[in-house]
Design a protein around this ligand. Structure first.
Ligand code: PLP
Length: 403
């Protein structure tokens, strides 16, 4: 590939050809981070409202996480998954004490946790529902990029991308109970839902819909699986989004925020549903103490007195700032919960705004557009009020230019 002189990378000495091409990346190399700020190799600073796709829930360079990582690295990195280790046990206890689940399996990514949830539901179906295996999922949902989780996802085009799909994932419409009921057969074993569809464009399931799904699954002896990879770990101002709904699901998956930036995910289940026997589930890095030690630091910080309340307050501030932009520029609206929000633009200028926001100087802004007609905001949960106002100001300048 020839790089024309106008496209010269800023870090011209760095040759990126050996990095497999999977997505268009700007010619930037990120080198440092602190709190809500990222810095590139040229020293330019970016206000980071992406935070690794809702991953860095405590921002960049969190001292507690760094201390936990250092301490554990010196003590023990990997005893092998054949043995218990201290951080694995402590984090399991923390998560079960603060949720409706009694069992935890740690994995490395959200997709892997969801694979585990799918396997667990199918196993439960074999034992309890004469081999029922179908899991009803939703249009525009996102559950990961393995074959089974791509098949479970309702992303347009994904049904044929790596055909044939893994069978057994009929799709219903979010917030439409009839569309779910219509799909239930004697083959159905579970319903799997993101309490807020993140990649789909920040589309919240209503409290009523979540409650209806819980009732429907109980009435039909089906499992309710919540994929809280994006909505969990404090993102909505509760530790888990299902806790807004006064329901208790059977299975939950966590990823992203649980590790605050390190690869950690979790599959959680109630005692009644946790039916794996030796040989069913595993993974070389499951429960790895280096990662679970970081997870403990993250969850303890989320549970510190007043922290989740502060997320709710900042979510409200972000909401009112976005609503001010909606009024000022006659945009379509805003939606979301806590610090997972979207600004609906009413026109397909999302990708352009994302580029302009990043490229503006002297400081850039990092946001994303999961759909061309909206922008998504998922800042660190400890973002400051000033940073939220600064983000809005930067965006206001761009909107003035573009609208
Ligand atoms: C990001 C995401 C996943 C996939 O997580 P990975 O760690 O990328 O595998 C699954 N479900 C939801 C809701 C997500 O947002």
């Amino acid at each position: 590939m020839n790089m024309s002189s106008t496209q010269k990378p800023q870090n011209a000495s760095v040759d990126t050809h050996s990095v497999m091409f999977i997505t268009q990346r700007p010619e930037l190399i990120m080198t440092e981070g602190e709190g809500s700020w990222l810095k590139d190799g040229n020293g330019k600073r970016y206000l980071d409202f992406l935070q690794g796709w809702a991953v860095n829930c405590l921002g960049h360079g969190n001292p507690g996480m760094i201390a936990a990582l250092n301490l554990q690295a010196k003590k023990l990195i990997n005893p092998s998954p054949a043995f218990y280790n201290e951080p694995m046990i402590r984090l399991s206890n923390l998560l079960t004490t603060n949720s409706c689940f009694q069992k935890v399996f740690f994995a490395n990514s959200g997709a892997e946790a969801n694979e585990g949830a799918i396997k667990l539901a199918r196993k439960w179906g074999q034992l309890n529902r004469s081999g029922a295996f179908e899991i009803i999922t939703f249009d525009h949902s996102f559950h990961g990029r393995t074959l089974a989780t791509m098949s479970a996802s309702g992303k347009p085009g994904w049904d044929t991308m790596f055909a044939p799909q893994v069978p057994g994932f009929p799709k219903a419409d979010i917030n439409d109970l009839e569309s779910v009921k219509k799909l239930i057969t004697d083959k159905t074993v579970a319903i799997m839902i993101e309490p807020i569809q993140g990649e789909g464009g920040v589309i919240p399931a209503t409290v009523e819909f979540m409650q209806d799904l819980r009732k429907l699954t109980l009435d039909n002896r089906l499992l309710l699986i919540v994929d809280e990879v994006q909505s969990g770990c404090g993102r909505t101002g509760k530790l888990f989004a299902y806790q807004h709904c006064d329901i208790e699901p059977d299975i939950m998956t966590l990823g992203k925020g649980i590790g605050g930036g390190v690869p950690l995910a979790a599959l959680m289940a109630t005692d009644a549903v946790a039916c794996f026997v030796p040989g069913d589930q595993g993974g070389t890095y499951n429960g790895n103490p280096l990662m679970t030690a970081v997870g403990i630091s993250v969850v303890e910080q989320l549970l510190a007195p007043g922290f989740l309340e502060s997320v709710q307050a900042k979510g409200e501030l972000l909401r009112s700032e976005l609503l001010a932009l909606v009024n000022e520029f006659h945009l379509e609206g805003e939606r979301g919960n806590g610090l997972l929000r979207a600004l609906m633009l009413g026109r397909d200028i999302g990708p352009k705004l994302v580029d302009l926001a990043r490229e503006q100087g002297p400081e850039g802004l990092l946001i994303n557009a999961p759909r061309p007609n909206l922008l998504r905001f998922m800042p660190a949960l400890n973002v400051s009020e000033e940073e939220i106002r600064l983000m809005t100001e930067m965006l206001r300048k761009l909107l003035r230019q573009e609208i």
